[in-house]
Design a protein around this ligand. Structure first.
Ligand SMILES: *Cc1c(COP(=O)(O)O)cnc(C)c1O
Length: 517
């Protein structure tokens, strides 16, 4: 016991208790340290004598598994789970992540046996309802975006980018231009997945500088255009939380030059129900169901990144295709069954994230079109409420103008305090908040990107703004202690994140545990 208590006192933390616990904050050792090794809470019968066929590779040492009884195991994991921060415990203001409430009706729908207990290899006539649901989702996504076709199978945003850009490559191949058009334009304010996708497909990435207001000029795109350009990938609204005002002009310039426009639509939450990307001239765009349509993500569930296509790219969409034939629905799984389409192949073994399709449709049907529109309007309103509540004490890189669903600050308000964006973010943990996204986008010094989403009410936003104002006051009044060691009240103090990333300790050994004491 003494061993444990001294070990688990956070260095420098106040006040000491016998157990190392602080009120309801229970100090939890590793599962290896909590139980005895090699014991088991399960009462197995002794196996009968047998002849091992493993020969030389037979294990003789113990493998060091932790052994706990059922109640000990329950307590261990429940205590760990209580240390989690989640959208169900508070505002999760991570910019670019759209951490919104996951309505519980979605969960109920996804668990209906007709959706939850089916298998992708079942005969299609036995899962007509599930295919119909995919057709309903497709209809909503194509109507909301004003684009004629959709591929549901991509399993995340970045996977959707791969899908959309592969369709673009297939379209260029069909035109005999795949060898000459090798370049993809990417603004320097792009999400990192955009250039990564282009590079993965063998394209050469050419950067286009954003203007000093944080958005891209059509003139800059025209200048970068040439017969070698295959496409441009643009994030809209962009990672600075700004709508690209010249996007339609940019699309026209690309089309005139024989190139395509890919839009990273992960930020669709800002414009769903208000703007149809098809009207802007976009050729392909992924939609993150796990962001805009409230399916849980970030440890809570898998992603889903359907891609919508313009008329010119629709024929190249990957298998499976969904077809309605009278009253029945079919998944077209083979190229031989297509009718004039030229799918570039398939992206996943089966049909995509069925559970996420159900959650997204449940969200859409329970909100209705007017509700989806109001959700994006409220998301933008909430971000601007935070902007208005902080603009006199924090600094914005592109001046004080209306933002979309997220508001971007930089670190110039910390100048002269000796504090960094990281110090500021860590102090937010002591106030009971998950920090905002920091140091992203890279084009802004010491970036702090805040996305409250439409889920937050006025009270929650006011409390958040109040806490940040108090932190700014402390920073500018020289209360460096509140920041430098922060977080002070979390189960662990400031972690060495660089060392954790560079020298990760991924396995347990009692010796290492001793050395750390
Ligand atoms: C979240 C996000 C992505 C990546 O989506 P994943 O589902 O994490 O792959 C790409 N671009 C932008 C702008 C995003 O916000």
């Amino acid at each position: 016991m003494t061993d444990m208590t001294t070990k688990f006192f956070a260095k420098g933390a106040q006040p000491s208790t016998h157990t190392g616990n602080r009120g309801l904050q229970i100090e939890e050792p590793l599962i290896f340290e909590a139980g005895a090794l090699e014991t088991s809470g399960v009462d197995f019968e002794e196996p009968e004598a047998f002849e091992s066929r493993l020969g030389d590779v037979e294990r003789h040492d113990s493998i060091g598994l932790p052994g706990l009884s059922e109640p000990e195991t329950m307590r261990h994991y429940v205590r760990l789970s209580q240390k989690n921060y989640s959208i169900d415990t508070g505002i999760f203001p991570l910019g670019s992540c759209t951490m919104k409430h996951n309505p519980r009706i979605n969960e109920k729908m996804a668990r209906l046996p007709g959706f939850g207990d089916i298998h992708p290899l079942q005969p299609q006539k036995t899962i007509q309802g599930a295919i119909e649901l995919m057709a309903v989702l497709s209809e909503w996504l194509t109507k909301l975006t004003g684009m004629p076709a959709v591929a549901l199978s991509p399993k995340a945003g970045a996977h959707g980018e791969l899908c959309g850009m592969t369709a673009i490559r297939a379209a260029l191949e069909a035109r005999g231009e795949a060898q000459t058009r090798r370049v993809v334009l990417v603004p320097d304010s792009a999400h990192g997945t955009n250039p990564a996708t282009a590079a993965l497909l063998g394209f050469e990435v050419r950067a286009v500088a954003a203007d000093k207001d944080g958005t891209v000029r059509a003139a800059a795109v025209r200048e970068a255009l040439g017969p070698d350009v295959a496409a441009m990938m643009i994030t809209n609204p962009n990672t600075c939380g700004l709508f690209e005002p010249e996007i339609a002009e940019i699309a026209a310039a690309l089309h005139e030059a024989g190139a395509f426009l890919y839009c990273d639509g992960a930020n669709f939450n800002a414009i769903a129900g208000r703007v149809r990307p098809g009207d802007l001239g976009i050729d392909a765009m992924h939609i993150n169901l796990h962001k805009t349509f409230s399916t849980p993500h970030g440890g809570g569930g898998p992603g889903s990144g359907p891609v919508v296509f313009s008329e010119s790219l629709a024929p190249f969409a990957p298998l499976p295709l969904i077809r309605k034939d009278g009253d029945s629905f079919a998944l077209i799984e083979n190229e031989s069954e297509t009718q004039g389409e030229h799918p570039f192949g398939r992206l996943v073994a089966f049909h995509g994230q069925m559970g996420m399709f159900v959650r997204a449709v449940s969200y859409m049907l329970s909100f209705g079109v007017d509700g989806v529109r109001q959700a994006s309007e409220d998301a933008v309103l909430n971000a601007n409420y935070i902007r208005a509540g902080l603009r006199d004490v924090m600094s914005q890189p592109f001046g004080d103008k209306v933002c979309m669903h997220e508001v971007l600050f930089d670190d110039s308000f910390l100048k002269g305090t000796g504090l960094s964006t990281l110090d500021f973010a860590k102090a937010m943990i002591d106030e009971g908040f998950h920090p905002m996204t920091v140091y992203f986008p890279l084009v802004v010094h010491g970036a702090m990107l805040i996305e409250p989403t439409e889920s937050e009410g006025k009270q929650s936003l006011d409390q958040f703004i109040g806490a940040l104002r108090s932190l700014v006051r402390a920073a500018t009044q020289g209360d460096a202690e509140r920041f430098k060691g922060a977080p002070h009240y979390a189960p662990r103090r400031r972690l060495d994140e660089t060392r954790a990333a560079r020298q990760p300790v991924l396995s347990y050994s009692p010796a290492q545990s001793k050395a750390a004491e």
